[in-house]
Design a protein around this ligand. Structure first.
Ligand code: ZN
Length: 287
C-alpha cells in the first residue's frame, strides 16, 4: 500500500512527513507510457504533491506544474486532501541517460517555473510561482516553500526505475522547522541531512514511511497521521462539457457545423469521452 505519514520529532517543534508512492507512480507510468527520465520527473512531482497535500484542509486540492525549456516541456501533478493523485507529462517519451548514478531530471526539465496552485474550495484559488532552481524538482519545491510560504523546509524525492522501465521505488520526505524550533535542533538537522541516504534507496531497502522518517532525523518521531495514497482521476463527462463550454460559442458552433462526434481524451487518465452533435447543441443552449 502506498502511504503518507505525518509526524513530529518527539519533544521538538519539527514537522516531518514521508511518502512511499511506488504503486501510484507505476500506475502513472503505465497510463502515460513514460520512458525513464519522464517517469522520474513525473514521479518526483507526484511524491512532492503528496508531501504538500499533507498541509491541506478538508476538500482542498493542490496542483504543481513544472514548465521548463528542456525536452519534457511540462509536468503536472495534483493531489487532494485524501491523497488522491493524478499527473501527466507533456512529452512522455524522454530518456536522457544518467548523471552519475541518478536519472538526469534537471537537464530534461531545463530552466523555467514551478507554479503551485492551491484550490481552497468554493472556487477560491491561490497561485504562486517561483523560478526553477535546478529542475531536479525536490530543490525547486523546497525553494517554493522557503520563499513563497516562508516555511524552512528540506525535501528529498526519489524514483528508481528498473531496466525494464518499471518503477521499483518512489517517494520522499520533507522536514520543516517552525519559528519556535530550537537553534541546536536546526543545526543538528542541517548536519544530519547533509549526507542522508536517498529516499529511493531507503524504500528499496524495504523501510516503511515512518521508519524512513526516524532514519532521516535520527531521533524518535511521534506519528500524527498515516493515510493511503492512490492514483485517481475525478474526470467525468460533465467536466468534459465544462471544458468545451470554455471554448466559447463560436468554436462550438463550428464544431456543430462539422457534424461529427468529437472524441475527447482526459489528459490525466486517458479515459475517452464521446461528445455527439446533439450534446454540442444542448451545450450551446445553456451558454
Ligand atoms: Zn481523467
Amino acid at each position: 500500500m502506498d502511504e503518507v505519514v505525518k509526524g513530529l520529532v518527539r519533544d521538538e517543534n519539527v514537522l516531518v512527513t514521508a511518502t512511499i508512492c511506488t504503486n501510484t507512480v507505476e500506475e502513472a507510468r503505465k497510463i502515460h507510457d513514460t520512458w525513464p527520465t519522464a517517469t522520474a520527473a513525473m514521479g518526483r512531482l507526484i511524491a512532492g504533491s503528496v508531501l504538500l497535500a499533507s498541509t491541506l484542509k478538508d476538500k482542498q486540492r493542490i496542483m504543481l506544474q513544472v514548465r521548463g525549456d528542456g525536452p519534457l516541456q511540462e509536468i503536472v501533478a495534483e493531489a487532494d486532501f485524501l491523497y488522491r493523485v493524478r499527473a501527466y507529462v507533456r512529452r512522455p517519451h524522454i530518456y536522457m541517460g544518467l548523471k552519475g548514478d541518478k536519472i538526469d531530471v534537471g537537464r530534461a526539465v531545463g530552466k523555467g517555473f514551478l507554479n503551485v496552485i492551491r484550490d481552497l474550495g468554493l472556487r477560491e484559488f491561490y497561485q504562486s510561482s517561483v523560478s526553477l532552481q535546478t529542475g531536479e524538482i525536490a530543490t525547486d519545491i523546497a525553494y517554493y516553500l522557503n520563499v513563497s510560504e516562508q516555511i524552512p523546509s528540506a525535501i528529498s524525492l526519489g524514483v528508481f526505475v528498473e531496466p525494464d522501465n518499471m518503477v521499483k521505488a518512489a517517494g520522499g520526505f520533507m522536514i520543516q522547522t517552525l519559528p519556535q524550533t530550537r537553534e541546536e535542533i536546526v543545526s543538528y538537522l542541517e548536519r544530519k541531512l547533509a549526507d542522508v541516504e536517498s529516499a529511493s534507496s531507503m524504500i528499496r531497502r524495504g523501510l516503511r514511511a515512518s521508519e524512513m522518517l526516524e532514519e532521516v532525523v535520527g531521533l524518535p518521531v511521534d506519528i500524527i497521521q498515516i493515510s493511503e495514497v492512490t492514483y485517481s482521476c475525478p474526470c467525468t463527462k460533465d467536466r468534459v462539457f465544462n471544458a468545451i463550454v470554455t471554448l466559447g460559442r463560436e468554436e462550438i458552433k463550428s464544431m456543430i457545423e462539422e457534424g461529427k462526434t468529437i472524441d475527447v481524451e482526459c489528459y490525466f487518465c486517458k479515459k475517452k469521452y464521446e461528445v455527439t452533435v446533439s450534446e454540442l447543441k444542448n451545450l450551446l443552449q445553456i451558454i
